[in-house]
Design a protein around this ligand. Sequence first.
Ligand SMILES: Nc1ncnc2c1ncn2[C@@H]1O[C@H](COP(=O)(O)OP(=O)(O)O[C@H]2O[C@H](CO)[C@@H](O)[C@H](O)[C@H]2O)[C@@H](O)[C@H]1O
Length: 755
Amino acid sequence: MSSAATSSAFILALTPGARRRAPLFPICGGASLNFPLWAPPPRARRDAVVVRAEVGPGGKDAAPPERRTDAAAADAEASSSRQPRTRRKTRDPVQPVGRYVSRDAAAVSSQNGALAGGEIKSIVAAPPVSIVKFEGPDYTVILPTEDTELRTPPASIPKPDTDGNAEVAEKKRAQVGVEEVPNPIAAPTQPEPSVQEATWDFKKYIGFDDPADTEDDGAGVHADASGSFEHYEDNDPGPLAGENVMNVIVVAAECSPWCKTGKDNISVFDFFLELRFISGGLGDVAGALPKALARRGHRVMVVVPRYGDYAEAFDMGITKYYKAAGQDLEVKYFHAFIDGVDFVFIDAPLFRHRQGDIYGGSRQEIMKRMILFCKVAVEVPWHVPCGGICYGDGNLVFIANDWHTALLPVYLKAYYRDNGVMQYTRSVLVIHNIAHQGRGPVAEYPYMDLPEHYLQHFELYDPVGGEHANIFAAGLKMADRVITVSRGYLWELKTVEGGWGLHDIIRSNDWKINGIVNGIDQHEWNPEVDVHLQSDGYTNYSLQTLDTGKRQCKAALQRELGLEVRDDVPLLGFIGRLDGQKGVDIIGDAMPWLAGQDVQLVMLGAGRADLERMLQHLERSHSDKVRGWVGFSVPMAHRITAGADVLVMPSRFEPCGLNQLYAMAYGTVPVVHAVGGLRDTVTPFDPFGDAGLGWTFDRAEANKLIEALGHCLDTYRKYKESWKGIQARGMSQDLSWDHAAELYEEVLVKAKYQW
Ligand SMILES: Nc1ncnc2c1ncn2[C@@H]1O[C@H](COP(=O)(O)OP(=O)(O)O[C@H]2O[C@H](CO)[C@@H](O)[C@H](O)[C@H]2O)[C@@H](O)[C@H]1O
């Protein structure tokens, strides 16, 4: 069975009474598989197991942290916030790097065992004083790497070794604007982590203008001495996140604009279940959410593989070695600092030259890449001195995304937290799409380099897939918190149809899962500044200029596509991956009806070969009104969003959906299957109350789509004022990431105080 066929076999219509297309996992015993690419991992030496005899606070020797329920944590938070606030310099109310410094924060921290005895200590990657070997348990423990350096959190900042990196480091030092930052080139000695942390000033780092800074310095110091910071408190509210400021590392397999894909161009026979995940949406989120979190004052990094040669990113001059599937692999780190976010690109032979095909290769190859990526990513806060300063592992939370990085929470726990290291690091796993889970035969488990007793977290049986190892399942269990991209999708995940075999795990972990709708990047997707609307007859527009602006974009789109240039004909658009999920075939089924309508239709997408052929066929058969653009074109996606009157999204399931959000921001009216995030974000038009944002239909079927489109076209043609109302309401919403980032922050804080 081909991957595409496997994929389509999974497709389910989630609405009540929907015809269920039999989900079909190929049955696989797994054990008989041949893996020519991988050598079996070496047997772990008995003495290869390490434990740290003396670790920092919260480690083995510290008093065991009290396990707290959510309610207890909430109480503790509430009571800590009720305490009289210590007067302090609000310019830097909380140090985001690696330790709790404010007394308020210290009070909270001490409750969870971080600061026993009220003593404030750095908890950044405190190296163990000694390493004790002990007899291994019954199971084999495979350490992340043979490189001992990687088993021990370094107290030092790695030393860039090229001139180019020296320059970059200098620039960073200037950005940070702090004299005490150790020079990563010259410093032969290892600076104390606490010194590094004390110098951190997130506002300087992310480029907030604070002209009063220099003037106030003396006063600030003086005030510090006298104990009065009154004028600071008046003038400087501090970060939006307040005392919740954290170090956040977003780990994703793709990130817009460097790598984002909408095409599965692999035709290799895929024996066992879905591994390939083609996205686009994930890339959008990984590119935008971190910036919104940084705007709230968090120190934020994105870790992503380096698939190509990205002009913005510079080699940091750090080399490490990691083991993936029995092979030692060299890893380098590239860095760019953009919009307040550190983007760290992981360079390794496995990732190189994959730019056009980031989920390409055999299932084992993809899994090997993700194993390597997660092992590297979890240690990035120790090894990568962004702006001269490592993030450290205190006050740190990882945000992993989808199955590709679901191993990160597992490695974090199995390698470190189980061994008393990274005690203050948390992981949050985001489900963008549960349909892709990283399934594989149990026989492949050893390649993940985990203790044997962790296998139980991976093992899953379902009637259609049989016995297998499931990476997403393990990630969901190990993550401190889980987020999915809409409340509607969260509900669906708990159903047999929507959970794709993981519904039981989702249900039993319900307490730690939140649904948060994605935002949109308002630099990228904003008709007022959209760079793709600045040529070829297109134009930028706003709500005020919607009428003329949209008319001009529509005419430009019709011209560019070779359609008749007419303002009165409704122009329908579709953008998305061509697979079963997005339901483009339902548009195909509705084509006979559409052909009888005075409409134009443009569809942009890439993916399954049969669906690509369908697009081409529809264009050939209805060349006067249909265009089927096969390919991945970001400019065309923007232009369709601006030039179309209606965006059609007949997705069979849609965790969140971004295109309907983009459409509404551009005054383009969505017609969607009411499922997942589409149901959450597109309120049906109510002609009596003059409310609503578009049209919805309750089954992923052509007749239902036709019915909804019929109402939509009727309103377009006959009720212009109502139409304008729908457009205006769509454009007036706050769809920015800022709101979503605030909700993410609440989850990060819950994770932070969770034991
Ligand atoms: N041929 C093409 N040319 C140009 N651009 C194209 C394109 N095909 C797709 N795109 C773009 O890729 C993005 C896809 O966004 P979706 O919300 O459809 O995400 P996707 O389903 O991939 O991911 C998953 O993750 C996201 C993020 O959480 C969820 O919204 C979603 O429901 C879930 O399935 C959009 O920006 C879209 O414009």
